[in-house]
Each structure stands twice: as structure tokens, then as C-alpha cells.
Design a binder for this molecule. Structure first.
Ligand code: CP
Length: 309
């Protein structure tokens, strides 16, 4: 296994998180930095994506590298029965880094076991999405001026939403208070509330997305109900529209409140929120470019600031 792989946000220390945030800030100021000359990255997406794949590919391009890969596994030999192991071993022969999204939890970890090429987990089932977490942390840091002592309200599909799982774990270093707003069926899984208990993280569970919860939040992190993870489509239909944030609900919210969403949204944020200065989800997606430039460079052992000294 290549120790520069990023599979789970729990693989990296507080110092490494702060280092990546500092590098992301550098790339925001200098997005075109040709440090990947001669390097090739593979983006292997076994599940659909817009932001993650395109921002990773933009990151490589802006850093002067090249990209190969696929966004639809049905066009590859996996449709003929080729295993993930063989696919990873083959692609490792061609590239310097593999960025992969897979529908199976643990797929990225498994990939690290069959190759020495660094693996970046771009989402594995309902498990983890660590690069999303880095852009979320960068967005929180930019909008709040700190990651410390914040009240973060997570809303929607907390069961299947891998972005909230990764963010919750990353925040363990920064003394957060979490509110988990979800129906009983989609509440935060026990393994994550146990993680909070073990790490002394404060949290409360709510089924009501109340004014009190909204008006005492620094961050509201909305999530989409993940239709693709449901085995019973009737259950999805029953829970898909339970929580929608509307502009009028923000009238008495804190000045520093920002609304985050990993996107894509379906109908959990009404369009009238988009023009509210507290809506930050499109800037959040833009921050993904800088965070992913930082992640790629770290995985390849490239420290921009040291190179400039
Ligand atoms: N946030 C996120 O992972 O978006 P995509 O599914 O479009 O990559």
C-alpha cells in the first residue's frame, strides 16, 4: 500500500488536514502551476459524478498533468467480468495516481492492497468521501475564519450520505457541536454516533428542522436523499421530501451562517435560497478544485511551497 493514498479522512492527522488547507489556499491564489509535467492520472468512476470527476480532472490539467479514465464502467472490460483487482493492477501500469469512485464500500481500501500506486477515494458507496471533506473543511474555514467550536447542523440523508460521515470524522479535532436532523429511517448510523461518543464530540438528534436549530447554527449542511442506495423504492418515495430549506426559514439566522450542500441537490434547498448571501454551495463546489489540487500534490509528494523556496 502506498502511504500517500487517501482512502478515509481518518487516515490523515490534524497537521495533515491543516497542511492541505494551507496548500488549497495557495492553489486558489495560483491555480495554474505546472508541477505535474510528465505525470498521468487515472479517473476511474464506477458511479456517476459531475463535480468530483470534473474538478479532479481540472486539477490535474491546471497542474500540467494528463488524465486518462472512464466515467461509465459499462464501456470498460468490467462489463465483460474483469475484476476490480485486475482493473486496478492494469491501470497502475499506466499512471502515477488513481482517483476512483466505486459503489462498494471498502473498494478504495481494497485497491490500495493490490497496487503501490497512490489511490484517492472519490467516494465508496455510503462509506467515505474524503476529498469532499477537504473542500468542505476549506469552505468552512474560509467562511467562519476557523474550524474550532462551531455548531454544525446536518440535514437529510445521514444514513447513506457519505459526505456527512467523512465530515463528522474530520471535525473530531476541532471541538464541534453537531445537530443531526433526519427522520428515524435516515438518522446518523450508530457507528458514527459511537465515534462521537468515543471522541467526546457533542451531538443531538432531531426529527424537526426547527427555527431554534436553524437560528443557532454556524453551518447548515443539507444533503440529498440518496435514491441509489435504497432497495425499497417505496421507502425512498416516503422520505425523499421531508426536509426542504426555504429562504424565509433563514430570516433570524446568525450573520455568519453559511448553507453548504455537497450537491447535486434535488429539492432539499429551494431555489429562492440561491440568492441569499448565506448560500455557499456553488462556491463550495469551486473550492473543490483547490482542495483537490492540494490532495493530488500531497499524494505525489509534491510540496509547492518548498519548491518555491
Ligand atoms: N459532491 C459530489 O460528490 O458530487 P458529484 O457526485 O457530482 O461528484
Amino acid at each position: 500500500m502506498n502511504s500517500n493514498s487517501l482512502v478515509s479522512i481518518t487516515d490523515i492527522s490534524k497537521e495533515e488536514i491543516l497542511y492541505l488547507l494551507e496548500q488549497a489556499r495557495y492553489f486558489e491564489e495560483h491555480p495554474n502551476h505546472k508541477v505535474l509535467d510528465g505525470k498521468v492520472a487515472a479517473t476511474l468512476f464506477f458511479e456517476p459524478s459531475t463535480r468530483t470527476r470534473l474538478s479532479f480532472e481540472t486539477a490535474v490539467n491546471r497542474l500540467g498533468g494528463r488524465v486518462i479514465g472512464f466515467s461509465d464502467a459499462s464501456t470498460t472490460s468490467s462489463s465483460k467480468g474483469e475484476t476490480l483487482k485486475d482493473t486496478i493492477k492494469m491501470v497502475s501500469n499506466y499512471v502515477d495516481i488513481i482517483i476512483m469512485r466505486h459503489y462498494l464500500e471498502g473498494a478504495a481500501r481494497y485497491a490500495t492492497e493490490v497496487t503501490d500506486t497512490p489511490i484517492i477515494n472519490a467516494g465508496d458507496g455510503a462509506n467515505q468521501h474524503p476529498s469532499q471533506t477537504m473542500l468542505d473543511l476549506y469552505s468552512i474555514y474560509k467562511t467562519q475564519g476557523s474550524l474550532e467550536n462551531l455548531t454544525i447542523t446536518m440535514v437529510g440523508d445521514l444514513k447513506y450520505g457519505r459526505t456527512v460521515h467523512s465530515l463528522l470524522m474530520a471535525m473530531r479535532y476541532f471541538n464541534p457541536t453537531f445537530r443531526f436532523v433526519a427522520c428515524e429511517e435516515l438518522q446518523m448510523p450508530k457507528e458514527y454516533t459511537e465515534f462521537c461518543d468515543k471522541n467526546g464530540i457533542k451531538y443531538s438528534k432531531h426529527t424537526d428542522f426547527s427555527a431554534d436549530v436553524i437560528n443557532t447554527s454556524d453551518i447548515i449542511y443539507m444533503t440529498r436523499v440518496q435514491r441509489e442506495r435504497f432497495t425499497d423504492i417505496m421507502e425512498y418515495e416516503r422520505v425523499k421530501d421531508l426536509y426542504t430549506l426555504r429562504n424565509s426559514m433563514l430570516d433570524d439566522s446568525r450573520d455568519n451562517l453559511r448553507i453548504l450542500h455537497p450537491l447535486p441537490r434535488v429539492n432539499e434547498i429551494a431555489y429562492d435560497v440561491d440568492d441569499n448571501p448565506k448560500a455557499y454551495y456553488f462556491q463550495q463546489a469551486q473550492n473543490g478544485l483547490y482542495a483537490r489540487q492540494a490532495i493530488i500534490c500531497k499524494a505525489l509528494g509534491i510540496d509547492i511551497k518548498k519548491m518555491e523556496e
